[in-house]
Design a protein around this ligand. Structure first.
Ligand SMILES: NC(=O)c1ccc[n+]([C@@H]2O[C@H](COP(=O)([O-])OP(=O)(O)OC[C@H]3O[C@@H](n4cnc5c(N)ncnc54)[C@H](O)[C@@H]3O)[C@@H](O)[C@H]2O)c1
Length: 353
């Protein structure tokens, strides 16, 4: 198969797990052996067909380094699962814009190297897909990289919660440029929101009347600190709306409230509390804790979405590609129930639509 040429924007924890995963799964031959992946082969593409050909960051501990080294540089704290072979891709410096917030300014060390010409590098490296893994508060920087993707005629995959694929202005611009766009805010493989919705749905299907529920997250990656300062309210609105759709009636729902606990490193603890009434109005309650590590939680969905975007490019699709947005992202252009999104994605990758 031809390689899928990807540029990484932001070499943080998510990128670290993603790059390690590319090496980890490259030699897997059988679908049934590939623990941790939804699809070893998708659209005829194996994970080894994904090739990172360019990478951009601003931190002096990453810029100028081979990607295999940069992914383990501080302040990244995603687990190092094994050594990664040299990639021959050096991390280039991009503009900082709003990449660093008040809370992270003492954590990110901005490189003093000159900025590179991002659109030129994307063109020279034949990049097909720009993968946006910038901090969630870096809205201007995310928009700037979407502009670079348009200039260099690349598809854009927005894993961040900045609204791009769900913003009709951007969608129209990618449509006009004959390029696919997917986003926003990647869904985790073991996602707190998906788990919360599934639990509520199950209880409600069984006749339980949920009265109140909340979901609270604590994490220790740089991204959690940035979220605390700049995107907590947006994330809370997006997650609360999404969780509310799991119930056919109105209940008191709060989801996406969070805090930063530095010693957790890249780990995340999600707490769920659900109260409801069942037979004869007898009360029931659930208290639950889910522990995950953020970086690896994005890998499997990224593998699927990147290969699906390559299929969209091959099919000359343009603008927001709904089956991919609905399957892989928390804030697609339209909110679609989980099961419908799954069906749409399967139809898309099996070429039924
Ligand atoms: N499971 C997950 O990790 C997950 C799931 C869904 C969404 N996301 C989203 O993915 C994004 C990345 O998450 P992360 O944990 O890897 O974050 P991170 O903070 O570890 O990494 C961000 C990287 O971007 C770099 N950066 C900052 N400004 C920049 C700029 N202007 N140009 C280039 N690089 C810049 C930082 O130096 C850092 O290396 C976030 O927006 C997050 O919300 C992650």
């Amino acid at each position: 198969m031809p390689k899928i040429k990807v540029a990484l924007v932001g070499v943080g924890n998510c990128a670290s797990a993603f790059v390690q995963g590319l090496q980890y799964y490259s030699n897997y031959g059988k679908e049934e052996d590939s623990i941790g992946l939804r699809h070893l082969s998708l659209g005829g593409f194996h994970p080894r067909d994904i090739q990172i050909v360019a990478a951009f960051d601003i931190d002096g501990r990453k810029v100028g380094k081979d990607l295999s080294e940069a992914i383990f540089a501080e302040p990244n704290n995603a687990p190092k699962l094994f050594n990664v072979s040299s990639s021959n891709v050096n991390v280039c410096k991009g503009p900082t814009l709003d990449g660093v917030g008040e809370y992270t300014k003492n954590i990110v060390q901005i490189s003093n190297q000159p900025e590179t010409n991002v659109a030129n590098i994307l063109t020279e490296c034949d990049v097909e897909i720009v993968l946006n893994l910038l901090p969630s508060g870096a809205v201007k920087a995310s928009h700037w990289y979407a502009e670079q993707a348009l200039s260099a005629e690349c598809a854009f995959l927005n894993a961040t919660p900045s609204f791009i694929a769900s913003d009709p202005t951007w969608t129209k611009r990618f449509e006009k440029a004959d390029l696919p766009l997917v986003g926003d805010d990647l869904i985790d493989q073991v996602g707190a929101t998906a788990l919360h919705k599934t639990l509520l749905k199950l209880l409600s299907m069984h006749g339980v009347r949920i009265t109140e529920t909340y979901q609270l997250d604590v994490g220790g990656g740089t991204e959690s600190l940035d979220t605390l300062e700049r995107t907590r309210d947006v994330k809370r609105t997006v997650k609360t709306k999404s969780v509310e759709t799991a119930l056919p009636y109105k209940a008191d729902v709060v989801a996406g409230s969070m805090d930063y606990v530095d010693f957790l490193q890249n780990r995340r603890d999600s707490y769920f509390w659900i109260r409801g009434l069942y037979f004869c109005n007898v009360p029931m309650q659930i208290d639950l804790k889910l522990s995950t590590i953020d970086g690896p939680n994005a890998g499997s969905v990224l593998f699927d979405v990147i290969r699906a975007v390559k299929m969209a490019l091959d099919r000359k699709l343009k603008g927001a590609v709904m089956p991919i947005c609905a399957y892989g992202f928390k804030h697609p252009p339209q909110l679609i129930p989980l099961e419908t999104a799954e069906e749409m994605f399967i139809d898309f990758i099996t070429e039924k639509v």
